[in-house]
Design a protein around this ligand. Structure first.
Ligand SMILES: [Fe+2]
Length: 318
């Protein structure tokens, strides 16, 4: 009885056509102007025009109509007004100011990854033939939008809205709760809230089939946009996902990831994993278990944060 799906997000940017074309070249399908999806999910990204790059809408699903009423009650108690029409709840995020839309329903199921044949020690799974990653003509396209990460100076209010109000579940916390990973699906995280000097979208993430899909899709981005690589490839400690972060033409970071931890039993996860000590940067909560040890400073402080902060001030959002 709760939120059960991240359906799609809307990104507003000064040059929406350029961003949409970029994602079409990555293999997303355009179904309408500014609407992009994957083979299994027709709508994953909506792209609109905006004064500055930002997340402008967050669309999720929940199980029952009662969930909508419960969410309206919880966020209402924190002073966030919402409307419910039919099976849809709408409100404005009190911190980031994007539209929040919640529909009763669930994400479309995904067809499983088409597995590749890998050879291993003593294992000739792929005999007398080259690896598929070598011979396929195009990188495999993104499979689904999996998560987004927001930074803000108003962490307490943002945490209260997402976790206490909307009902995201906590998967992991670091820095004594300063940064919190939350989920509404079985993915370890659909959301990470972290500190920042202004409220902004740090990155959005597409799940792809495997590490070859990450490597090939990321390499294609770098071939087109030299300097687009931000950090990667590596494997995170928290979430266990293999990652490569790059920047899109609007300057927002995005991630290609695969093999994230799946939490299907909340009790087992909490009992066995949540209480570990994730505080030390040299300990198990470090940025990666292999790959770059730390991201570059601009990963947490993008160079355009001042521009975003000024735009938000102009709009009366801060
Ligand atoms: Fe991520």
């Amino acid at each position: 009885m709760a939120l059960n799906g991240l359906l799609d997000i809307e990104l507003s940017v000064p040059a929406p056509t350029e961003l949409a074309a970029f994602w079409e070249r990555r293999g997303l399908r355009r179904t309408d102007d500014g609407v992009l999806g994957t083979a299994d999910r027709e709508v994953q990204l909506r792209i609109a025009e905006g004064t500055h790059r930002h997340l402008s809408a967050l669309h999720m699903s929940c199980e029952t109509e009662q969930d909508l009423a419960d969410i309206a009650g919880r966020i209402g108690a924190m002073g966030v007004r919402s409307t419910i029409g039919g099976t849809t709840l709408r409100c404005i995020d009190p911190v980031f100011k994007h539209r929040v839309v919640i529909d009763v329903g669930a994400p479309h199921p995904l067809s499983p990854a088409q597995e590749r044949a890998y050879n291993g020690p003593g294992e000739q799974v792929r005999a007398n033939t080259r690896a598929e990653a070598v011979v396929e003509s195009e990188p495999r396209p993104p499979r689904r939008l999996g998560h987004f990460v927001l930074g803000t100076p108003h962490l307490a209010e943002a945490n209260a809205f997402f976790f206490d109000g909307l009902g995201f579940k906590v998967s992991d916390q670091i820095l004594n709760g300063v940064a919190t990973f939350g989920r509404i699906e079985s993915d370890h995280h659909n959301l990470l809230l972290q500190p920042a000097s202004t409220s902004y979208l740090n990155h959005y993430a597409f799940e792809v089939d495997d590490v070859d899909a990450i490597g090939k899709a990321g390499t294609a981005v770098v071939a087109e946009r030299p300097g687009a690589s931000v950090v990667g490839v590596g494997r995170h400690n928290l979430g266990s996902n293999i990652f490569w972060y790059l920047s899109d033409p609007a300057g927002t970071f995005f991630e290609f990831y695969s093999d994230m931890d799946q939490i299907v039993d909340d009790d087992v996860w909490e009992r066995d994993h949540l209480r570990r000590d994730w505080e030390g940067s040299d300990g198990p909560a470090g940025f990666s278990v292999w790959g770059p040890k730390e991201p570059p400073p601009e990963f947490f402080n993008p160079l355009d944060l001042d521009v975003i902060g000024a735009a938000r001030e102009d709009l009366g959002w801060d």
